[in-house]
Design a protein. Structure first.
Length: 154
């Protein structure tokens, strides 16, 4: 069975796309892992093992989502000419980069929420009053003095 000549340009597109998609995903995941580790160590000061575990789990989720999406958008029906093949490659890489950017911001939001939650937990408990001030009479209190009747003029 002869090969469809319009698909001859798609093989290099698929190979290029797969190499670039995996390379970008791995590079970004490593960057997030390295920088996220520092951030999570600050969040989980008392549990460094927890920081490492959360960081690894976030990276695994990042790989699964992005490589899965990259595989899903790989298939195409276009590419009959070299120009169409290049346009298809550019479109697919653009869609992948947008998804990587969205996942990056989702990761940053997750980090932000984790950090905010840990900061709230670190707030000191409220302190009971240490002393009491003597009560003022309503006539000398600044709020009541402004609304009080004017003193008679002599």
């Amino acid at each position: 069975m002869p090969e469809d000549p319009s698909s001859a340009y798609l093989v290099p597109v698929y190979v290029s796309y797969a190499i670039i998609a995996v390379g970008l995903t791995v590079w970004l995941a490593r960057t997030l892992f390295k920088n996220g580790a520092i951030f999570l160590q600050d969040v989980f000061k008392d549990a460094p093992d927890m920081a490492a575990a959360v960081n690894r789990l976030l990276v695994i989720g990042f790989y699964l989502l992005n490589l899965g999406y990259a595989a899903l958008i790989m298939k195409t029906r276009e590419g009959g000419t070299p120009v169409e093949a290049i346009e298809t490659l550019a479109y697919k890489l653009g869609a992948l980069l947008v998804s990587l950017g969205v996942m990056h911001f989702v990761n940053m939001y997750v980090f932000y929420r984790i950090r905010r939650r840990s900061r709230v937990a670190e707030l000191p408990p409220p302190v009971a009053p240490q002393m009491r001030l003597p009560a003022r009479s309503p006539a000398t209190h600044p709020v009541h003095a402004a609304t009080a009747a004017p003193a008679p003029v002599r």
